[in-house]
Design a protein around this ligand. Structure first.
Ligand code: ATP
Ligand code: MG
Length: 340
């Protein structure tokens, strides 16, 4: 498919993140509805062409667990990527509007991510690098798929130069700047599943998993607000990016947005992730909902701070929680239809 801007007509805005904006468009020649992601890249023409070449691997990423790719093109000074439009949106939006995600559905989400990551790594040697609820999409057929993985090394570098790099879904080893691997995606999966199952980000003030503990007193008041489930964590991520960028001696636009006090706060949070025990899925949620021992143990494994003890996505495909979730009959169509 030869894609260009003039063949795409705007339908609606879908959202925007740290590095780009996503719109729903119609490709008129093929009569296909697509999601178009526009990423602003401040890079030389040679680098941009290189990015475009690297993105072509996306044409070979074919899996039921991965959002399909239609093509990418340059629309100076942007890079546009067109992908399958997922009409029920991303899981962050879904839980914010509908509350905690049902446990059986969480099981199917885990199956998608674990198998999707295994496919990406085994077949293409790709590490996702950005597993989080906003990068897990759902459609009205009840399909769940992952998107926004790091295919292009040049694109990753350029975005890091221009913008953001750190998020609060990052594993301790990645925050510390250590060599990281596919296992870092497994940590991010663990954090994401707790968030979906509880309906709130696990690093917040009223952690259900640690009611009596005072660990969270380490997190300053204003940051707790930033990370509360009702507010997007984009600000925190931007500050994190600032902190990280300063560490790597880059100064992205976002750095000067906040006072130095706020930047210290995100450092506190990142330090908390590195130094304190990992979050856990409580056996009983604050709303009284129970989680299976298998699910709790699965999350514990994903959130092993010791990378050597944390399984790879492929190893997780053999875990009893994943095996059972795979076999389970879940009415995903019914679930999607009932969503707000
Ligand atoms: P970040 O930039 O930090 O990764 P993000 O994932 O929220 O955050 P984008 O990837 O730019 O940012 O996506 C913005 C929003 O657009 C998402 O939250 C999602 O709801 C929506 N979206 C992205 N891709 C699609 C798609 N293929 N189909 C439908 N909606 C999509
Ligand atoms: Mg995204």
């Amino acid at each position: 498919l030869d894609l260009k801007n003039e063949d795409l007509s705007f339908l609606s805005e879908l959202g925007s993140g740290n590095g780009g904006t996503v719109t729903k468009v119609l490709h008129e020649k093929s009569n296909t509805v697509m999601a178009k992601k526009v990423v602003f890249i401040d890079a030389k023409p040679t680098v941009r062409k290189q990015i475009l070449r690297e993105l072509q691997i996306l044409h070979e990423c074919n899996s039921p667990h991965i959002v399909s790719f239609y093509g990418a093109y340059l629309a100076e000074p942007h890079i546009c990527m067109c992908m399958e439009y997922m009409d029920s949106g991303s899981l962050d939006g879904i839980y914010r509007k509908n509350g905690p995600v049902r446990s059986d559905v969480c099981g199917k989400i885990v199956v998608t991510v674990v198998h999707g990551l295994t496919y990406l790594y085994d077949v293409h040697r790709i590490i996702h690098r950005d597993v989080k609820p906003s990068n897990i999409l759902v459609n009205r057929q009840g399909q769940i798929k992952i998107c926004d993985f790091g295919v292009s090394g040049e694109l990753i570098n350029s975005i890091a130069d221009t913008f953001v790099g750190t998020s609060t879904y990052m594993s301790p080893e990645r925050i510390q700047g250590d060599q990281y691997s596919v296992k870092s995606d497994v940590w991010s999966l663990g954090i994401s599943v707790i968030e979906l199952a509880l309906g709130r980000f696990p690093f917040s003030d009223d952690d259900g998993n640690d009611d009596e503990g005072d660990d969270d007193d380490d997190i300053p008041e204003e940051l707790r607000g930033t990370l509360s489930p009702t507010k997007p964590d984009a600000q925190a991520a931007a500050r994190a990016a600032g902190a990280r960028a300063r560490k790597t001696k880059k100064e992205p636009a976002g750095v000067s947005l906040e006072g130095s006090g706020a930047q210290m706060s995100i450092l506190d949070l990142l330090q908390h992730i590195v130094n304190e025990p990992a979050p856990k899925l409580p056996p009983v949620a604050p709303n009284g909902r129970r989680f299976s021992t298998d699910m709790v143990q699965f999350i514990d494994l994903c959130l092993c701070k010791d990378v050597a003890k944390r399984p790879s996505p492929k190893e997780l495909t053999e875990h009893s929680y994943v095996k059972e979730a795979e076999a389970a009959k879940v009415d995903l169509l019914g679930w999607v239809k009932g969503l707000k």
